[in-house]
Design a protein around this ligand. Structure first.
Ligand code: NI
Length: 170
């Protein structure tokens, strides 16, 4: 097991579009183990492979209180999204310390492969629906701050760059 380094916004690699996983093999299973460890260590509820600089369609999620219900989505495809929307406060391990409101579908259906390579359908609402849509955006190279106004986004970019400079100097 290994902790993977997380890319921070505005790293341009976060805008890479991930490729489908060809085969759920030992390499992908190891990636999933490492991504779960990285997500739990960072106290996140979701992590996309894009965020650890692996550009393949893999997502891990755990929104349970007990942090013991990992959900693995490989090659996820959105098959339905509800017309009704919900607004919720989102954060992201790639944009630490920043939370803001994003409007998304209130419920979604997604088909994906699990860690064993079996196909399954996930129906989600509430936080899980938000999380799935947020992580699927990462696979398309999109970070949640891109839903915010240009003014807010620029403030976040400046803040993130300053934090990184301060960290490098320390
Ligand atoms: Ni994120």
């Amino acid at each position: 097991m290994a902790l993977l380094p997380i890319l921070y916004y505005p790293d341009s690699r976060l805008h890479t579009v991930a490729k489908p996983v060809r085969q759920v093999d030992a390499r992908i299973r190891q990636l999933i183990v490492d991504m779960l460890e990285t997500m739990y260590e960072a106290s996140g509820i979701g992590l996309a492979a894009t965020q650890v600089d692996v550009h393949e369609r893999v997502i891990v999620i755990d929104e349970s209180e007990e942090r013991n219900k990992p959900l693995v989505l490989i090659n996820p495809e959105l098959t339905w999204s509800s017309p009704d929307l919900q607004v919720s406060d989102e954060g992201c391990l790639s944009v630490p310390g920043i939370y803001d409101e994003v409007e998304r579908a209130a419920a979604v259906k997604v088909s994906a492969l699990d860690a064993e390579g079996h196909s399954r359908v996930i129906e989600a609402e509430g936080i899980l629906a938000v999380c799935i849509q947020h992580e699927m955006d990462h696979l398309l190279g999109k970070v949640f701050v891109e839903y915010l106004s240009p003014l807010k986004r620029n403030r976040i970019k400046t803040k993130m760059l300053k934090t990184r400079r301060d960290t490098e100097r320390a």
